[in-house]
Design a protein around this ligand. Structure first.
Ligand SMILES: Cc1cc2nc3c(=O)[nH]c(=O)nc-3n(C[C@H](O)[C@H](O)[C@H](O)COP(=O)(O)OP(=O)(O)OC[C@H]3O[C@@H](n4cnc5c(N)ncnc54)[C@H](O)[C@@H]3O)c2cc1C
Length: 334
């Protein structure tokens, strides 16, 4: 009754399975189809490969990748998945995840262009309030603000990913982070109920938004001040330039792999001083340019990256007694 499809490498394209690649659909497939009823054919990709959805370019398949069209559909979907006890996870632009080679059980939800609006809500003279949806790319938001002379997001110039991912990860650079510009966040809970929460009532901290497991960041309300586009362009271009000088270029990665531990020395300094730059496992390597970047040199598996992560953690712990905690989220690890 339900056609099987394989992900072809392009998000929009579904192809019939090649001989030998057909996989049985999970028992909850009819219920999922029903939850997405009325949606044009490409709403669900069965057994789709996730590697193309991540900047590390590794990872196995999800039982289903789902592209809801709007809030109502998303809300109905997570409610149904909750009832069915099917595990699910939201994926933004995959720039801070390693997905296990074995793939993910359950459903991966991708918030696409139906969740990508940017809207000027209020102009208070010296500041503006902007509403931006989770599926919008952070790069697009930064450019949008800069071109209008709205200041505050320059720190994010060059950080890849979606606005939703940036909120959830409390993404930051140059001593600034998302929580500094957010006034409130629109959140959907794991039963599909939507509410807005003031930043002060939330538990944002270093690289986390502190919300309950299973919460979805739907939109952010961002307070920005005013400046000239020319000055903001200059600041952003300086930040991008510094990134180019300090970070590996044209290498698949998830950005900084470990959180900086308390105590002053950065994760990159500890890894470098432990002599680990250039260390490899399979196709994964500790970048010789920036020691806190693990890069995929071309043919890495998630297993290579995770094994290298363990080697780095062990070496730093043995040498300095410090346990490095990954900033990158490992999804689907047994
Ligand atoms: C080259 C490079 C440079 C980087 N530089 C920086 C940097 O300077 N500073 C920095 O902080 N990060 C940096 N990163 C990491 C990454 O870009 C950020 O963490 C980014 O905000 C992640 O967004 P994403 O959409 O890709 O999230 P994903 O990687 O897709 O997801 C990250 C986590 O958030 C969850 N998630 C995503 N969207 C939602 C949502 N809407 N609701 C609920 N959960 C969600 C996912 O389930 C996952 O657990 C860098 C990455 C790369 C590859």
């Amino acid at each position: 009754m339900y056609g099987t499809a394989v992900y072809s490498g392009k998000r929009e394209t579904m192809m019939p399975p090649r001989a030998g690649t057909a996989r049985a659909l999970p028992p909850w497939a009819p219920a999922l189809q029903q939850a997405m009823a009325g949606h044009p054919g490409e709403a669900i990709v069965w057994h789709g490969s996730l590697a193309g959805y991540t900047t590390f370019k590794v990872g196995g398949r999800a039982e289903a990748i789902v592209f809801p069209r709007g809030r109502d559909e998303l809300s109905g979907l997570v409610r149904r998945l909750h009832e069915l006890a099917v595990p699910w996870v939201i994926l933004g632009r995959g720039s801070n995840v390693v997905i296990a080679d074995e793939g993910l059980r359950g459903v991966v939800i991708v918030l696409g262009r139906e969740f990508a609006a940017i809207e000027l809500l209020e102009d208070a003279g010296d500041s503006v309030l902007v509403r931006v949806e989770a599926g919008c790319s952070l790069v697009k938001l930064v450019n949008w603000a800069v071109e209008r002379g709205y200041a505050g997001l320059e720190f994010a110039a060059g950080i890849p990913g979606s606005v939703g991912g940036a909120i959830v990860m409390n993404a930051g650079a140059w001593q600034r982070e998302m929580k500094d510009v957010l006034e409130r966040v629109g959140i959907m809970d794991s039963r599909g109920v939507i509410a807005a929460s003031d930043i002060d009532a939330m538990r944002f901290a270093y690289r986390t938004w502190g919300a309950e497991q299973g919460s979805i960041a739907l939109e952010g309300f961002v307070r920005l001040t005013k400046d000239t586009p020319a000055r903001l362009r200059e600041i952003c271009s300086d930040y991008r330039q510094r990134r180019r000088q300090r970070q590996p270029q044209n290498m698949a990665s998830g950005g900084s792999f470990f959180k900086n531990p308390p105590g002053g020395r950065t994760a990159g300094q500890l890894i470098d001083q432990a002599g680990l730059k250039g260390r490899t496992v399979g196709g994964a390597m500790v970048s010789p340019v920036h020691a806190n970047f693990i890069v995929n040199t071309g043919n890495a598996t998630a297993g290579d990256i995770i094994e290298l992560m363990g080697i780095v953690q062990q070496a730093v712990q043995e040498r300095y007694g410090i346990i490095l905690e990954p900033e990158v989220k490992i999804l689907g690890r047994p």
